[in-house]
Design a protein around this ligand. Structure first.
Ligand code: SF4
Length: 297
């Protein structure tokens, strides 16, 4: 089925993807970063966080618990559905402070009487760490496979372990956490690699999926590789939508125009103070209505 979809005409793909996504609610997710500390050595050759730390010194530090809690309170009644607690890779065993932060965040959400979900992402982890995150109250964990080809994975992420990421997917499920996964698009992978990656995604009980278009950033080893072509990315995201069915498919609001065309229903990072909740809602409803209208011609 998948290779047939790759041969399909783009208009057919986009129409099918949009029709599948139409009835799905949006999940809007806001990041509340904890720390950019990262033990990956050598670091990943495309790392956005490393690129940004050349421009923003505030990027480098561990957020104080009170700052994190203040941000949760700000997000509580904005219409955000999910909070993501990201950090760099802190090792397979998370430090104790991480569980304390999750616990404090969940307590605050309970106090504020909202049903915002809390996910975390900090790379491959042990079963023990994921069990402890679940005990601390975490709802779900995002572990991408990042590059759906082991050889290419090690070129792009020389310090990372492909095997550990695959194991982490199983550990997330075993811990009873919701699973968010996905991979990058446009780092040199082939169609066969993408098919392999999507088949793996289909075999998992995914709550959420991200096909992240590679973006070119300065001061990292891959700074010369051009950003992913958005038309090709949208075609592949549309194939993923058709193939993966009703799984929440995420992209950044920066790519909302192509994302809506590709059947994407969910967005990260969403910053309510920048009007992005209204923007997503307005663009999604206009796109669905007008697209159906145009389709009647
Ligand atoms: S694990 Fe994440 S933060 Fe660390 S180097 Fe890789 S991309 Fe950057």
């Amino acid at each position: 089925m998948l290779s047939n979809l790759f041969q399909e005409n783009s208009e057919v793909l986009f129409d099918r993807a949009m029709t599948s996504a139409g009835p799905l609610d949006s999940v809007l997710c806001s990041p509340v970063p904890l720390s950019i500390e990262c033990k990956m050595s050598p670091p990943c050759r495309h790392c956005w966080w490393r690129a940004m730390s050349n421009y923003n010194s505030d990027f480098q530090r561990l957020r104080e618990p009170k700052e994190v809690i203040r941000r949760i309170a700000e997000l509580a009644n904005t219409g955000i559905h999910r909070i993501l607690l990201p950090s760099g890779w802190l090792g397979y065993e998370l430090p104790e402070w991480f569980y304390n932060y999750v616990h404090r965040v969940k307590e605050e959400i309970y106090k504020l009487d909202t049903n915002i979900e809390v996910f975390a992402t900090c790379g491959p982890l042990s079963q023990n760490s994921l069990n402890s995150l679940k005990e601390a109250g975490l709802d779900g964990y995002w572990c991408g496979i990042e590059v759906p080809n082991e050889k290419l994975f090690h070129k792009v992420r020389p310090g990372d372990s492909f095997k550990a990421r695959l194991e982490t997917l199983n550990y997330v499920m075993a811990a009873g956490l919701k699973l968010w996964s996905g991979f990058l698009f446009g780092v040199g992978e082939t169609e066969a690699d993408i098919i392999w990656g999507l088949e793996l995604m289909k075999s998992l009980p995914l709550d959420s999926f991200s096909l992240t278009p590679y973006k070119q950033y300065p001061f990292v080893e891959m700074e010369k590789l051009p950003s992913a072509n958005l038309y090709s990315w949208a075609r592949t995201a549309a194939i993923a939508r058709i193939y993966l069915g009703t799984v929440n498919s995420f992209t950044s609001p920066d790519f909302i125009t192509w994302g809506l065309r590709a059947g994407i229903n969910s967005f990260l990072p969403v910053f309510p103070e920048q009007g992005q909740i209204e923007l997503v809602s307005k663009m999604r409803s206009t796109f669905t209505r007008d697209k159906i209208y145009l389709g009647n011609y």
